[in-house]
Write a protein that binds this ligand. Structure first.
Ligand code: NAP
Length: 504
């Protein structure tokens, strides 16, 4: 049965409607009205989250694991409805929404399993040394404790896996932190039905309903109030560099600055080393075209830049990539704003000195078709703007003069979520030279693959130096992401019966 959004906020289990309403802009399907958020509603949600922390922050790991599994069940029970409204709002195909739902519930279940093991608590113990000279050593035990209420901002391009019940929410709940989500205006109905699933799961576990709230947006002051609310202890954000930077600055300017875990943009450069290019250039070019245009290129891990050494192999690579990209038809973009930003990004690249348009295209209001540009290594090094993300299916090939210039280009990069090496065994000397540079630039370095498709796993790192993220010591995907919402506390000479249960 089709889900009919009520359009209200969901604050501590209560539906709250406001007279002020705004209407959604779905890619197709019916338009719905949603209550506009306000700083007063944000304050209400944060107060409920803070009150809930005093019970939720002290739950046993098994209780939180049960909650995460119950949320996954409640999402699965609404699977068909979520796919329908998610498809309408985002324009993404049903198969993509279904896959993303599986990723979202799989992530919740993985985190449940992970916290049960307890390793994430990083428990340490330095036993007392009463006879130590010149002074005795006290007994010290350390453990990770939840930090308090967490604010979450989801991204438009992952209406499920990076949104209301996405990685940030799952990580915060796993840690023992209540969550206040600021709904994304690109998929408010999808956000609402998922919020209903979370609220149902919280009720089924007999937990304080303040553990979760969704405040719909509609106005920018909602997000601004949320990151500045004194009860919020950290922010998980996935979105644009501009939006993320604005909210990060607000967090830093608070009387009590809090961490802002922003996962922002990236151009995810690929380096095609000479033997791989000569032996497999055509295959790499075709696969690149597939990765670059997947989901209309609307992935933060989209590999927008290919760097190679100039010559006949480079020319062949560009010709094959161009032919493969030319076959990709128009794709619907997530929002009118993203489609507009794509065209602006194209214009910026096109206007760059020394840039040649290899494959031209045409985009209407909400669709994108691929573009391919090329530029020399010299021109790239002169124009830092070419290293900025264009969110969409646009590729830029950088023709370097020689191996030294490839290394120079690598050194010129901003922080990235990923960097990729395409190499054959004969390229390993060159790769050994590049790798120390690339590992300083990116959270994940790949060999002979494409960065789109981020595994949810223990060793995944989805983050990187700014502007890929605002906090390079962390990841927003994988079990390590729980660590963002914990802080170490040392208990010195504390009687055992007063220690947290997990230290006992
Ligand atoms: P976005 O426009 O930055 O929006 C993200 C959220 O932040 C929305 O809730 C938005 O509110 C809010 N927001 C944005 N600017 C704000 C401001 N100045 N003040 C208050 N709130 C603000 O990003 P998006 O369109 O959702 O996502 C596309 C971008 O995200 C791309 O650049 C992509 O590369 C990046 N991304 C990164 C990752 C990653 O893991 N690094 C993953 C996916 C996407 P509204 O709802 O009112 O717009």
């Amino acid at each position: 049965m089709t889900y009919q959004p009520h359009g209200d906020h969901l604050i501590a289990g209560q539906r709250i409607g406001t007279e002020a309403r705004w209407t959604s802009s779905p890619a197709h399907g019916p338009v719905h009205a949603f209550s506009t958020g306000s700083p007063a509603l944000v304050a209400q949600a944060c107060a409920a989250a803070e009150a809930a922390f005093w019970s939720f922050g002290y739950t046993a790991r098994a209780e939180r694991a049960a909650l995460l599994n119950a949320i996954a069940d409640a999402i699965e029970a609404r699977g068909a409805q979520i796919t329908e409204i998610g498809t309408q709002e985002s324009g993404l195909p049903a198969a993509r929404l279904e896959g993303e739902r599986g990723r979202t519930t799989g992530q919740l279940r993985l985190f449940a399993e992970h916290i049960l093991k307890g390793d994430y608590l990083d428990r340490r113990h330095d036993p007392a040394q009463p006879d130590r000279q010149p002074a005795p050593r006290p007994d010290m035990r350390m453990i990770q404790r939840p930090i308090g209420p967490v604010a979450v901002f989801g991204a438009s391009n992952f209406p499920l896996a990076f949104s209301v019940a996405g990685g940030d929410t799952a990580a915060a709940l796993a840690a023992g932190c209540p969550v206040v989500v600021k709904g994304h205006s690109a998929h408010p109905g999808t956000g609402e039905i998922v919020a209903e699933a979370i609220a149902e799961a919280i009720a089924s576990q007999g937990m304080d309903p303040g553990v979760f709230s969704l405040v719909q947006g509609g106005k920018r002051d909602v997000g601004e109030a949320l990151v500045q609310d004194p009860r919020i202890r950290a922010v998980g954000f996935t979105g644009s560099l501009g939006g993320g930077r604005a909210l990060f600055d607000l967090c830093a300017a608070r009387p009590d600055p809090i961490p802002f875990f922003g996962e922002l943009g990236s151009v995810n450069p690929m380096f095609l080393l000479p033997h791989a290019l000569a032996n497999r250039g055509a295959t790499i070019a075709q696969n690149w075209a597939g990765s670059l245009t997947m989901g209309a290129g609307q992935f933060c891990t989209n590999p927008g830049i290919a760097v190679l050494i100039d010559g006949a192999d480079a020319t062949d690579f560009i010709a094959t990539a161009s032919a493969a990209l030319a076959k990709v038809g128009p794709q619907v973009m997530l929002t009118d704003g993203i489609a507009d930003a794509y065209r602006q990004g194209r214009d910026r690249v096109r206007a760059g000195t020394g840039v040649t348009e290899v494959l031209t295209s045409a985009c209407d209001l909400r669709t994108a078709t691929p573009y391919l540009f090329e530029v020399s290594g010299d021109a790239w090094l002169e124009n830092h703007a070419l290293g900025e993300e264009v969110f969409g299916p646009l590729g830029l090939v950088v023709r370097a003069r020689d191996a030294e210039q490839v290394a120079q280009i690598a050194r010129s990069l901003q922080g990235q979520l990923t960097c990729t090496l395409h190499l054959d065994p004969e390229d390993s000397g060159f790769a050994r030279r590049l790798l120390p540079i690339l590992e300083r630039k990116a959270g994940r370095v790949l060999a002979n693959g494409f960065p789109t498709g981020v595994e949810v796993a223990d060793s995944m790192v989805h983050g990187g130096p700014y502007p890929a993220s605002t906090n390079f010591g962390h990841t927003s995907v994988g079990t390590l992401s729980i660590r963002r919402f914990l802080r170490p506390v040392c208990y010195q000479n504390m009687p055992t019966d007063l220690l947290p249960v997990d230290l006992g």
